[in-house]
Design a binder for this molecule. Sequence first.
Ligand SMILES: NC(=O)c1ccc[n+]([C@@H]2O[C@H](COP(=O)([O-])OP(=O)(O)OC[C@H]3O[C@@H](n4cnc5c(N)ncnc54)[C@H](OP(=O)(O)O)[C@@H]3O)[C@@H](O)[C@H]2O)c1
Length: 261
Amino acid sequence: MSAEFSKRYGPWCVVAGASEGLGAAFADGLARRGANLVLLARRTELLEGVASRIRAAHNVEVRCVAVDLADADFAERLAAATAGLELGLGVYNAAYSYIAPLLDRPLDDALRVVDVNVRGPLRFVHALAPAMVARERGGVVLMSSMAGFQGSPRLAAYAASKAFNIVLGESLWAELRPKGVDVIVSCAGAIRTPNYLATTRKEAPGTLDADAVVAVTLDALGSGPVVVPGGVNKFARFFLGRLLSREGAVGVMAKSTKGLQ
Ligand SMILES: NC(=O)c1ccc[n+]([C@@H]2O[C@H](COP(=O)([O-])OP(=O)(O)OC[C@H]3O[C@@H](n4cnc5c(N)ncnc54)[C@H](OP(=O)(O)O)[C@@H]3O)[C@@H](O)[C@H]2O)c1
């Protein structure tokens, strides 16, 4: 592990939602920095595949824990599976989303968004952060999205859940920084992950590779509450948030979510 990273965030890091896409890239990025890993997801075979590739490429230990992050007891299962390990960093990457007007889908779909994207990170932080505070060192990464900066038609519950993560992360950044724990929210635009590629007809401008998002996010840990990876996304945040009215920004999002299915 790079000496500085190890001192702040080692020796074990947890990635929630690590079986593919950005979460698998987080696992790889952390292993590159020398971290031992605890990987969480539902699809065990995919998760074990990620773990095997990482063990083969990096000299680190990897444990897999099969959990559904929508379950109320996932934190207890994580605690049981990691007893005795010093967990220095937690990345809450998993999310549930669907693309449709809110009223076109059963309420349960929106409530699942809340379970995975809102209750999940709350449970995750409550499970990991107390030991970090006691040790006066550690880090938490919450994955959010550009969709969380304003209303996003056809992504209403998802966008609202990502806004929750932005405000949660900013608040925790201020609460935990004096206790030695760094918190960052990464507000990504489009990323080339299996989930994104399955839902888009045409790549959005500024689409990034997952490895790039991971590198920017981990490098920004400790330097502020929010990071927006990518120049195009930074400009879009400025344009939507500062130059347009709220109505205008929601209108731009409505046009852009039309390209998703
Ligand atoms: N891709 C993009 O363009 C984009 C843009 C902005 C923000 N983001 C954010 O970046 C993060 C990653 O996005 P992504 O596209 O890579 O992937 P994703 O499809 O949102 O999530 C993939 C990972 O999360 C796990 N996961 C999902 N629900 C879970 C559950 N209930 N319990 C346990 N694990 C669960 C999946 O594993 P299993 O299915 O095996 O459980 C998988 O490993 C998300 O927070 C997303 O909101 C993505």
